[in-house]
Write a protein that binds this ligand. Structure first.
Ligand code: AMP
Length: 310
């Protein structure tokens, strides 16, 4: 496996590979964990050649955010990427990506609407930074399949929109969220949690499960679901809640009444470490729902059978 650091080497490595191979791309900010590994493994299973990029992108961090403390360890990343099936790791310096840095880049990619809600509201400019760096990586990479995690659900939606709108020859593929055994979503930021905060952070997944349970047992008021998730997170004193909400997975807007599958999303800080998570909640018509009249009839029948047998 090769480790390269210049844009021209990256472009020629991918051009060369594409002469005889399909190419998978896995963009990351490094400090790789099982979530990243799952993307690389999937890219490896679906392509002949896999490129992983490792770049902590300053454009997507706000001034008071954790750019300088974001965890970094390239040697470890290279080893993990190799084990997961990568053929090349592209790890550029900031000046290789942005020659005039810290001067602002005159060009930026901005995806309206989808970037204006949720994390876009809490982190102004964040998604412009994400869309800009991903557009640069797509422009360098050319025709590839690119793998992104559903863990960053809004980011995935924005990248899908951008790739379609700007006609990048890139197939964007969303991959399931990888979790620790207790439910916490794997994240590079988890290493910055104290033991107490690590425990407290479980409240995010618990809140998502609560919301999902409510919807899947018939609650169709999105505000009621959001309030229930918010209240649960607020019970955890170490959590500083940003949002807990229920949105349409395509528009990321809150539906008045839940009539289709929705995405539940949460964000909170634990001693300044900001975590996000999300799950899908399946909507089902009332008469097909577990616990609905139809199902209850079956239960009654089963009970009466048992009685008859008894
Ligand atoms: P990051 O390094 O945090 O920018 O993430 C790089 C890619 O890995 C993004 O597409 C993320 O959505 C994805 N990713 C991060 N955490 C997870 C996870 N727990 N499960 C699946 N994918 C993830």
């Amino acid at each position: 496996m090769r480790v390269i650091s210049t844009v021209s080497e990256f472009q020629s490595a991918l051009d060369q590979a594409r002469l005889s191979k399909t190419v998978g791309l896995v963009p990351t900010m490094g400090y790789l964990h099982d979530g990243h590994a799952s993307l690389i493994v999937r890219a490896h299973s679906e392509n002949d050649f896999v490129a992983v990029t490792v770049f902590v992108n300053p454009l997507q961090f706000g001034v008071s955010e954790d750019f300088s403390t974001y965890p970094r360890d390239l040697d470890r990343d290279v080893e993990l990427a190799r084990q997961a099936g990568a053929d090349v790791v592209f790890a550029p310096t900031i000046n290789e990506m942005y020659p005039d840095y810290p001067e602002a880049l005159p060009t930026k990619v901005s995806v309206s609407k989808l970037s204006e809600v949720l994390d876009g509201k809490s982190r102004p400019g964040h998604f412009d930074g994400v869309a800009t760096v991903v557009a640069k990586l797509f422009a360098m990479a050319g025709r590839v399949s690119a793998y992104f995690g559903e863990k960053d659900f809004q980011q995935l939606a924005i990248i899908n929109q951008m790739a379609a709108d700007l006609s990048f020859p890139v197939k964007v593929i969303g991959c399931k969220t990888v979790r620790e055994t207790d439910g916490l979503a794997a994240s590079s930021r988890n290493v910055r949690l104290s033991e107490d905060d690590r425990q407290a952070a479980l409240i995010l997944y618990k809140a998502l499960q609560l919301g999902k349970g409510l919807i899947e047992s018939g609650e169709n008021n999105s505000i009621t679901v959001a309030r229930a998730m918010e209240s649960l997170i607020k019970c955890e004193a170490r959590a500083e809640l940003d949002y807990a909400t229920c949105v349409d997975p395509k528009t990321l807007l809150v539906p008045d009444v839940i009539r289709n599958d929705v995405q539940l999303l949460v964000a909170a800080k634990f001693s300044n470490v900001r975590l996000i998570d999300n799950v899908k909640a399946n909507f089902s018509e009332p008469n097909t729902r577990a616990g609905s009249g139809f199902q209850n009839n079956n239960v009654v029948k089963a009970d009466s059978l048992r009685l008859e047998r008894g």
